[in-house]
Design a protein around this ligand. Structure first.
Ligand SMILES: CC(C)(COP(=O)(O)OP(=O)(O)OC[C@H]1O[C@@H](n2cnc3c(N)ncnc32)[C@H](O)[C@@H]1OP(=O)(O)O)[C@@H](O)C(=O)NCCC(=O)NCCS
Length: 188
């Protein structure tokens, strides 16, 4: 059993000033589809634009299967007080030996540039250090997606370098900027 296993099969609910982060559920399908069908949202992430509501259901099924297996996964980002699901944020992987992890996120375009992902990422970084006992949390973004880099900087993550053609995304090789925050670094 991994040190984090119980955590991911029972992800907690985390409350921030404007948001509630909670486990994804099948009932999120319509809210997820509302933004996952937007090519501007999916452009810089590794999942494909959802073409039908069925794609969103499949996505949620896979996420819930991850929880059941106790594997690293994502929170739903929901807006207070409506409870509308407007994005996801979570762990792509966790390395137990090195106490390190990578986070990733996406948000409905109607809610960009209000500081919401910065607020969510701060909470997930705190969760990673305090609940998962991590030492290092990484995040990376494509060089032509600078808004994501701004989010990382806002939380205290530090730029560590650019990895050339690190990923193949939607048929093209993309350069990726790597950021990380250590447990000993100041959080912002
Ligand atoms: C990237 C993303 C998560 C940002 O979420 P958000 O809630 O809008 O982020 P915030 O409001 O907390 O911060 C956005 C920052 O980016 C800046 N920004 C927005 N568009 C920008 C652009 N085209 N170029 C440079 N900076 C930009 C904003 O000004 C703000 O920075 P500032 O406060 O220093 O001015 C959101 O745009 C998104 O979901 N994009 C699609 C999916 C995605 O790219 N996910 C990340 C993959 S690495």
């Amino acid at each position: 059993m991994h040190f984090f296993e119980g955590v991911f099969s029972h992800l907690p609910t985390i409350e921030t000033h404007r948001l509630i982060l909670r486990p994804l559920r099948m009932q999120d399908a319509a809210d997820l589809y509302a933004y996952a069908r937007d090519p501007e949202v999916s452009r810089h992430v590794l999942w494909d634009t959802h073409k039908t509501l069925r794609d969103s259901r499949q996505f949620l099924k896979a996420a819930i299967r991850q929880y059941r297996r106790g594997l690293p996964g994502s929170f739903a980002i929901t807006l207070k007080p409506s409870g509308r699901m407007i994005g996801t944020i979570g762990f792509m992987w966790v390395n137990i030996d090195h106490k390190s992890a990578e986070v990733g996120y996406s948000l409905n375009r109607d809610f960009w540039n209000q500081g919401l992902m910065t607020e969510a990422l701060r909470a997930v970084i705190a969760f990673g250090f305090d609940e998962l006992c991590l030492n290092r949390i990484e995040a990376q973004h494509e060089t032509d997606n600078p808004a994501s880099g701004r989010v990382m900087i806002h939380t205290g993550m530090q730029y560590e370098g650019t990895m050339r053609q690190r990923l193949m995304n939607k048929g093209r090789y993309v350069d990726v900027r790597q950021y990380a925050i250590l447990r000993s670094d100041p959080r912002k």
